[in-house]
Design a protein around this ligand. Sequence first.
Ligand code: GRF
Length: 218
Amino acid sequence: MRKLKLAVLISGGGTNLQALIDACNDPSYPAEIAVVVSNRPDAYGLERAKSAGISAECVDHKDYETREDFEDILHDRLKDHDVELVCLAGFMRLLTATFVGKWKDRMINIHPSLLPSYKGLHTHARAIEDGVRFGGCTVHFVRPEMDDGPIIMQAAVPIDANETEDSLAKKVLTYEHTLYPEAVRLVAEGKVRVSGQKCVFKDTDLGSVGLISPVPAN
Ligand code: GRF
């Protein structure tokens, strides 16, 4: 089976990377990780990659004078590994429009909110503060604006009465680990494509069950 070649870009712990590694270990999964790149030398995700026998490289942004210089090297590394799809997984550097353009519709990101709500940082704290009933996570194609782009997949997670930022982050992260490998599968199997600002799907069940919170008494 032909497998889509992935790069996973990280800056930290890499639990989403681990979910992708685990998915790729299934021989029937339609993608494989060609390289993991971190912009931080101390990112624990690099250890996860090494333990799995995957090329793990660091391109430290601090070693470059400009964002462009950093991205040129990053781009070269991805090319060296014949990468076809770039997966941002907790990668904490903003990318320039030039770099994003080079990977248009070939770069995806996971973000811990129901986009387009709560772009940026501290998504869970802000959602709890606002009293919204659902948090969640989104996998989307990357566009030059931060946390913007056609949405591939989302999971909604109810926010409890006693929810804290940590407890919500923990709950949402569990869904992230299901979401990211499934979103990559859709891309790899050619079941999702970008049309204008949106994704359109082929042979894919988009679900029909709604969620209500609080649950109606009767
Ligand atoms: C995740 O919450 C992801 O949505 C966000 O950064 C976090 C990365 O976590 N973009 P991990 O490094 O994958 O554990």
